[in-house]
Design a protein around this ligand. Structure first.
Ligand code: ARG
Length: 409
């Protein structure tokens, strides 16, 4: 692979350890698109001939078709997707293929391919986020009259609309959407290294539909900020889904009984026949840890690296790919699970009829009648203590009892 400099082949173990093709083959479409644009820019500036460009274009499209159809055999000996495609192109078309690598390095390919790959997947994830938001809106509309206790410190606080509760998550996902589309802009930048050839990075960028270009070539090949920003977005988004998971798990318990997840999104127990488990929610909560891990891993990989490319940076991909998969799955499943769950409005109402969630409203009532709120708070606090002692709820007090607490009633 490395031409004349080497006297013997790489040790098998070193070769296996060094290779990234098992996962970077995911970027083959981007690698080929990048090479097509690069070759076309080289030909535009007379760096390669028109005939070479034609051969390269034909050869690359043939390789792409083979990979699309699962007929291409990637080889670990060739380390990564970039070398696999290029070697095969040169085997097929000879010297024209060997000219493709003029004025670029694999580090440029890594950077450009990854930018394009992220752009493609950010767009897909944005759609999934919208679908999850729509599911939250849908279930809010479906159960728009349901009220349930709102909690602080996990203690019943005040009644809220179920829809209000769900729409809080929708607001979180909308902020995630904005963070994600912010990443899209960052991923829109094309990388090419400095070279003595009269290359035009801006033109290659345009051919690949990038709106911006790096101003500094060292920065271009060694920047992974856009991945870190994506992983930060993903970590926050998973945190939101994890909080929602926690509530759905609690609400599905016999103790709460507020919701029931659809059978299609639940699992059973191999020993206890009565059980219906919220595994999906638990897994989303659990996988949040793994996405955080990918963010911390890449931050740690990058923190001591001198300019420009260092092989450490090959470690950027697996965590990012896994994050894309995890988030795509989680958002997809949540859209389905939220639209199919049932909310037990009778149960949530019954809970509210037997507690003190309306205490604040009672204090507000007195305050509106002119009693300073702090004093109203004390009157109602006393009323609650009285009710606890006499085993009743506030609405069960008689007018006589109310009047005794405050003549304003
Ligand atoms: N497979 C490598 C990666 O994914 C490419 C390495 C390119 N550069 C190099 N000088 N070894 O990062």
């Amino acid at each position: 692979m490395w031409g004349g400099r080497f006297q013997k082949a790489e040790e098998r173990s070193a070769l296996d350890f060094n290779a990234s093709v098992s996962y970077d083959c995911r970027m083959y479409k981007e690698d080929i698109a990048g090479s097509l644009a690069h070759a076309s820019m080289l030909a535009d500036h007379g760096i390669i001939s028109k005939e070479d460009l034609e051969k390269i274009t034909g050869g690359l499209l043939k390789i792409k078709k083979e990979i699309d159809e699962g007929r291409f055999a990637f080889s670990v000996e060739l380390e990564d997707v970039h070398m696999n495609v290029e070697k095969r192109l040169t085997d097929d078309i000879g010297d024209a293929g060997a000219r493709l690598h003029t004025a670029r390095s694999r580090n440029d390919q890594c950077a450009a391919d990854l930018h394009m790959y992220m752009r493609r997947h950010i767009a897909k994830l944005a759609e999934k986020l919208i679908a999850a938001e729509e599911a939250l809106i849908g279930v809010s509309e479906k159960y728009k009259d349901v009220i349930l206790p709102g909690y602080t410190h996990m203690q019943r606080a005040q009644p809220v609309l179920f829809a209000h509760h769900m729409m809080a998550y929708c607001a979180m996902l909308q902020r995630d959407f904005e963070r994600l589309t912010g990443c899209y802009e960052i991923a829109e930048a094309c990388a090419l290294a400095g070279t003595t050839y009269p290359t035009m990075p801006k033109e290659t960028a345009e051919k690949l539909h990038f709106s911006k270009c790096y101003g500094n070539s060292l920065d271009a090949v060694s920047d992974r900020d856009y991945l870190l920003q994506f992983l930060s977005f993903a970590s926050i988004c998973m945190m939101h889904l994890s909080r929602l998971s926690e509530e759905l798990i609690l609400w599905s318990t016999g103790e709460f009984g507020f919701i029931e997840l659809d059978d299609g999104y639940s699992t059973g127990s191999s020993i206890m026949p009565q059980k219906k488990n919220p595994d999906i929610c638990e897994l989303v909560r659990g996988k949040t840890g793994r996405v955080y891990g990918h963010l911390v891993a890449l931050l740690t990989v990058m923190k001591g690296l001198p300019l420009a490319y260092d092989k450490d940076m090959q470690e950027d991909k697996e965590g990012v790919f896994d994050t894309i998969d995890t988030l795509r799955f989680a958002l997809d499943i949540y859209a389905g699970m939220l639209s199919t769950m049932t909310v037990n409005g009778a149960r949530t109402r019954a809970v509210l009829e037997n507690d003190f969630s309306n205490a604040t409203d009672m204090a507000d009532y007195l305050a509106k009648k002119g009693l300073p709120f702090r004093r109203a708070h004390t009157v109602v606090g006393n009323a609650v203590a009285y009710c606890i002692e006499n085993r009743k709820v506030l609405l069960a007090l008689t007018m006589e009892e109310f009047k005794k607490m405050s003549p304003l009633f």
